[in-house]
Ligand binder design. Structure first.
Ligand code: SAH
Ligand code: SF4
Length: 386
């Protein structure tokens, strides 16, 4: 049973008064409250979580350990509604991309990347993004609205439902990264229940090391996340100094590098042996010189940091170019010589526009960012439709 989202939603993806509550995106604490309000015991929440997220059952009538009376009550008060798959593309390298319809003709993207020993799902958290990083296809589209927690976790549900199980019988998705469309920390209230579902043993049961939030650096939310749900952290740094970062990651004007790094080290300190991964997109002639590598190494010296270099993925209308393979290699070598752990991300799925930063979905009716003028790159970019 799949039902399209046809209601008019506010910026958090909520209706003013939903006639039925969608249980799909509710974490254990939210479900316990739902059942308490109906004079039911807290263990009902665990039963629902297992049926839905572990067994993939979304019809209350198939939940055989719930009494008939309770099932009737659920039918009248609640629903389990999945996001609607608009299209699916399978890449020659095994990568799979789904386009999920949200509402009013908009869509977001989800990408599955199979690798030996693991299956990583890259999920979206917003329709578009307001943060307007100069090199990002999603940012070029502006922001439409936040995804609901059901739309966020629904991407994982659908991927596991559609993909074959692993050889050991476990679900296909072993790792989840919030690196699709949107800034997850700008949609904090809906991302948190989805994170809780991913790490709970009653639902997906993934270890915190296998769930990664990627952020361009919303410092206040980062501090809250560390306390509430300390999953793995990736930070989109992309520049080793404020002058350059202000231009390519405009949120830096609000939360400059020193403040951001302080928040990162406190985040890492909340769990022993935890590293922060710093993403660094390699833009030809912009941030890819050996002097930049030296500055970056100095910034992160003796800190619990790893650097992941991302070859820039072009999209229609951008003025940026990818650094050459040699430049990326030299940059990585220089970081390693300085004692850093540095890797380069392998580009996957680019034949179906599923590589990092190519996720454009369909975003119209967008609001522009409020961070001021764009001073870098070519932002007269057409909306890319998938
Ligand atoms: N908003 C979050 C997560 C989504 S973007 C963030 O910015 O971290 C996921 C990653 O893709 C980020 O590191 C982002 O900087 C990078 N990215 C964006 N556009 C890209 C492009 N065109 N090529 C390569 N990486 C890109
Ligand atoms: Fe938004 Fe991330 Fe793209 Fe920046 S890189 S515009 S924060 S999605």
């Amino acid at each position: 049973m799949t039902t399209a989202f046809v209601r008019v939603l506010d910026k958090d993806g909520m209706t003013a008064a939903p006639d039925k509550i969608n249980l799909l995106g509710m974490s254990q604490d939210m479900l316990e409250q739902f059942f308490a309000e109906r004079d039911e015991k807290p263990f009902r929440a665990r039963q629902i979580l297992q049926w839905v997220h572990q067994r993939g059952v979304i019809d209350f009538d198939e939940m055989t350990d719930l009494s008939k009376k309770l099932r009737e009550r659920l039918h009248s008060d609640a629903e389990i509604t999945l996001p609607t798959v608009q299209s699916r593309h399978d890449s020659s390298d095994g990568t799979v991309k789904w386009l999920f319809a949200t509402d009013c003709g908009q869509a977001v993207e989800t990408v599955f990347i199979p690798e030996p020993g693991r299956g990583t799902l890259c999920i979206s958290s917003q329709v578009g993004c307001a943060l307007d990083c100069a090199f990002c296809a999603t940012g070029a589209q502006g922001f439409n609205r936040n995804l609901t927690s059901a739309e966020i976790i629904g991407q994982v549900f659908v991927a596991n439902a559609e993909l074959p199980r692993r050889e050991n019988g476990e679900p296909a998705v072993t790792n989840v990264v919030f690196m699709g469309m949107g800034e997850p920390l700008a949609n904090y209230r809906n991302v948190i229940p989805a994170l809780k579902l991913l790490v709970s043993d009653w639902s997906y049961g993934l270890s915190r090391r296998r769930v990664t939030v990627s952020t361009s650096g919303l410092v206040p939310h980062l501090n809250k996340l560390g306390d509430e749900c300390n999953v793995s952290l990736a930070v989109s740094l992309h520049a080793p100094n404020d002058a350059l970062r202000d231009q390519i990651v405009p949120i830096n004007k609000l939360h400059p590098i020193a403040t951001l790094l302080d928040a990162c080290w406190s985040y890492a300190a909340k769990h022993a042996n935890r590293f922060v991964t710093f993403e660094y997109v390699m833009l030809r002639g912009v941030n890819d010189s050996l002097a930049h590598a030296d500055e970056l190494a100095e910034l992160l010296d003796k800190k619990p940091a790893k650097v992941n270099l991302i070859p820039f993925n072009p999209f229609p209308g951008t003025a940026f170019k990818r650094s050459s393979t040699d430049t990326i290699q030299h940059f990585q070598n220089r970081l390693r010589q300085k004692g850093m752990v540095a890797t380069t991300r392998k580009t996957r799925g680019d034949d179906i526009d599923a590589a990092c930063g190519q996720l454009a979905g369909k975003v119209s009716d967008r609001v522009r960012n409020r961070l001021g003028d764009k001073t870098f790159g070519n932002r007269n970019i057409k909306v890319v439709s998938a």
